[in-house]
Design a protein around this ligand. Structure first.
Ligand SMILES: *Cc1c(COP(=O)(O)O)cnc(C)c1O
Length: 368
């Protein structure tokens, strides 16, 4: 029996950090304080510094981070928000939850991120914001996006859920627009041991609003200034995230080494490999290749004990949830082609060199 190689090995994150995580867990449980306390406050400061941004507000998850930003900007009914066609559906859901309309724009064929040259024609008098997603851990091309946003007075919201630590021209994801939403879902580069998220911004007014919105609209306990929500990062997750944040750069570097190795060894195959523009320093949340025979490739890898995932098998506009948009097959052809060909290979801080070698050898064997 060959050993299975999982897509992502999360158990090893605990094993490597066991002493520190156990200490964090005991510290919080013994403190008797579990919601909005010193751990969340400390994590917010540390993550804001890490991203080079003035404010960080811990919230319940990545979807709510994005949704709260839109809400705080007063974006809602009859407004339009430009979103990438090629993204995880959460980017769209945040817009829909506020009653606004997600307006999809096709990606760049090589980077898979939103194509800035297609943006202007998608802007209408109803457009209020552009949601830029840093897909797979590589930032979108932010300069042209920000320039257009300035021209039309639009907000730029980063969906940085896959891009903790990624750089654009030397600047961190999360600091590249008016506000950013992060997710700390366990599988993300900075992952908690449960759900979590954060809003990052230099906009002090927005930060104050989101801080209230996450906590029943309240700044002072039992005094409610606005109609708020309950969306809070909890003390336990914040304590775990502080431990994980101290390893983020090191663990991103491990991912980068794996990606570089994939790039070198898979170059001779028929696979389309990720393209990294010179201004990007991705953190390789996912290592995504493209193949016209994606289904067969995935099947044969699985038969060899190698687990892969498709990100994402059905584009948002073709999901049942968005049937009301009446977009059908062929409405966003590039996104549809990309999503019919992509396959994410195992990558992560705990993928061993021998497993990595086995994946490459198996792939080369299949594709020979
Ligand atoms: C994970 C993810 C989200 C949502 O984050 P959750 O914490 O799971 O709500 C949003 N956008 C993108 C691109 C993601 O990958």
């Amino acid at each position: 029996m060959t050993e299975e190689i999982p897509f992502l090995d999360l158990k090893s994150t605990y094993q490597e950090l066991k002493n520190e995580l156990d200490a964090a867990y005991k510290r919080v449980l013994l403190s008797g304080w579990y919601i909005l306390g010193s751990e969340v406050e400390a994590f917010e400061k540390e993550f804001a510094v890490y991203c080079g941004v003035n404010h960080c507000i811990g919230v319940g998850n990545g979807l709510e981070a994005l949704s709260l930003i839109l809400h705080a900007y007063g974006i809602g009914k009859n407004d339009e928000v430009i979103v990438p066609a090629n993204t995880y559906i959460a980017s769209w859901l945040a817009v829909s939850h506020n009653g606004a309309i997600p307006v999809p724009v096709e990606p760049d064929e090589h980077t898979y991120n939103i194509n800035p040259s297609l943006l202007e024609r998608a802007i209408t008098p109803k457009t209020k914001a552009i949601m830029a997603v840093h897909l797979y851990g590589q930032t979108a091309d932010m300069d042209p996006i920000n320039a257009l946003a300035a021209k039309y007075h639009l907000k730029v919201i980063e969906d940085a859920a896959q891009a903790h630590g990624a750089l654009y021209k030397g600047r961190k994801a999360g600091s590249l627009g008016h506000a950013a939403g992060f997710s700390f879902y366990p599988g993300k580069n900075l992952g908690a041991f449960g759900d979590g998220g954060a809003v990052l911004t230099n906009d002090t007014h927005l930060a104050e609003l989101v801080r209230k919105l996450r906590n029943y609209g309240s700044g002072t306990k039992y005094y409610n200034d606005i109609i708020g929500f309950n969306s809070r990062l909890d003390e336990l997750q914040a304590a775990f995230l502080r431990v994980k944040l101290s390893r983020l750069d090191e663990w991103n570097e491990r991912r980068r080494k794996i990606a570089v190795h994939y790039q070198g060894r898979l170059r001779q195959t028929s696979l389309i490999l990720p393209l990294v523009p010179e201004w990007a320093e991705p953190v390789w949340h996912l290592y995504v290749v493209r193949s016209e025979n994606r289904g067969l490739l995935q099947h044969r890898l699985f038969a060899a004990g190698i687990h892969t995932i498709i990100h994402y098998p059905v584009p948002s506009h073709l999901q049942k949830a968005y049937a009301s948009t009446q977009m059908t097959d062929g409405s966003l052809p590039l996104t549809e082609t990309i999503q019919s060909e992509v396959l994410s290979l195992p990558i992560g801080p705990h993928l061993s060199p021998s497993d990595h070698e086995r994946i490459i050898e198996t792939l080369c064997g299949i594709l020979a």
